[in-house]
Design a binder for this molecule. Structure first.
Ligand SMILES: Nc1ncnc2c1ncn2[C@@H]1O[C@H](COP(=O)(O)OP(=O)(O)OP(=O)(O)O)[C@@H](O)[C@H]1O
Ligand SMILES: O=P(O)(O)OC[C@@]1(O)O[C@H](CO)[C@@H](O)[C@@H]1O
Length: 303
């Protein structure tokens, strides 16, 4: 069973404008409201892959109700802690580029935080906890560590998709997967990455510090997977990019969902790349049909 945790969900308010003029009235060409937050995106793609999963996290207010209803409608099992404050709204502005304005997130009280930790009592050996996205400031930066410790007590594995110190600290607990993109990897080590060799060098450091699988995604430029056995490069399928929001989350869903079903990291990597690309080529997140179509187009080479 896979459990996703979204500490800071959002309604993603996707706004398309013909042109953006700062300081003027701009009218929308199209808009769309979707449930968002990285773990929730992972759950929505896991549902497409028929993986057994449930979505955990904090939701609250009218925005939280929207997310809850949307996920219910998609048949996604969820077990959120309902909080007093409102879930945030993140604005995704599409003009000639994509501009994102993400909220800080609601206040989560200690009582609400403890309620989430208690929900981890349902974890069992063999389960996977996917920890994704930002932490609302009121929770404190070490909240992921509290969740990881609860996860380890239950004998479950975890995947973590966050940045900076929180990710580096989590390595000690041997995550099943970490998936920085190439920019995040450079930022994490405070370096400039100039070549594939540099990516492999810094990716290996994440492995040496505890990660079981490291995937470095590079948007349309391909992806690398580093394991204790080998380094693999994957090409990404060609297509028209419509939306890159959630591509990284879809990649995690494809990897974890397939790994639990096949136990084969290479097949999981291939499905991860196809799922990321299927989202990049869609207005919303990847659908099963598109993922299946793209899987054979991903070429993997052992380096
Ligand atoms: N332009 C693209 N063309 C094809 N596939 C893409 C493109 N952009 C993203 N993808 C797919 O999605 C995967 C993850 O993308 P990316 O490297 O942008 O992750 P990310 O930065 O974590 O994404 P996010 O935008 O969700 O934060 C890529 O490995 C690839 O499979
Ligand atoms: O502010 P965070 O938690 O870092 O990221 C949140 C977010 O940008 O990530 C998802 C895409 O990956 C979106 O659904 C959501 O709006």
């Amino acid at each position: 069973m896979i459990y996703t945790v979204t500490l800071n969900p959002s309604i993603d308010y996707i706004v398309e404008v013909e042109q953006l003029e700062l300081g003027s009235l701009n009218r929308m060409k199209r808009d769309l409201k979707l449930p968002g937050g990285k773990g929730i995106n992972v759950s929505r793609v896991l549902e497409q892959l028929n993986a057994e999963h449930a979505a955990l996290g904090f939701i609250g207010g009218f925005t939280g109700d929207f997310i809850d209803a949307y996920l219910n409608k998609e048949g996604i099992r969820s077990d959120f802690v309902f909080i007093q404050d409102d879930t945030r709204i993140n604005v995704k502005l599409k003009h000639d580029q994509e501009t994102e304005i993400n909220g800080l997130g609601p206040v989560v009280t200690e009582e609400e935080a403890v309620a989430l930790l208690q929900k981890l009592n349902q974890l069992a050996e063999g389960d996977i906890l996917v920890l994704s996205g930002s932490i609302p400031p009121s929770l404190g930066g070490d909240f992921y560590l509290r969740l990881i410790q609860a996860c380890q007590k239950a004998g479950a594995e975890f995947v973590i998709d966050t940045t900076g110190e929180a990710l580096l600290e989590a390595l000690y607990y041997k995550p099943l997967l970490v998936k920085p993109n190439h920019h995040e990897l450079a930022e994490m080590f405070g370096v400039t990455i100039e070549s594939q060799d540099d990516l492999i060098t810094y990716g290996r450091k994440l492995l040496d510090e505890g990660a079981q699988h490291v995937i470095i995604s590079m948007a349309g430029e391909g992806a690398l997977m580093i394991t204790s056995e080998a380094v693999y490069h994957a090409t990404v399928p060609a297509g028209t990019v419509r939306n890159s929001v959630g591509a990284g989350d879809s990649m995690i869903a494809g990897f974890v969902g397939t790994l639990t079903q096949t136990k084969d990291p290479l097949e999981a990597f291939r499905a991860g790349v196809a799922s990321g690309s299927a989202t990049a080529f869609s207005d919303d997140l990847a659908q099963r049909k598109e993922i299946d179509k793209l899987i054979p187009e991903v070429q993997i080479t052992k380096l």
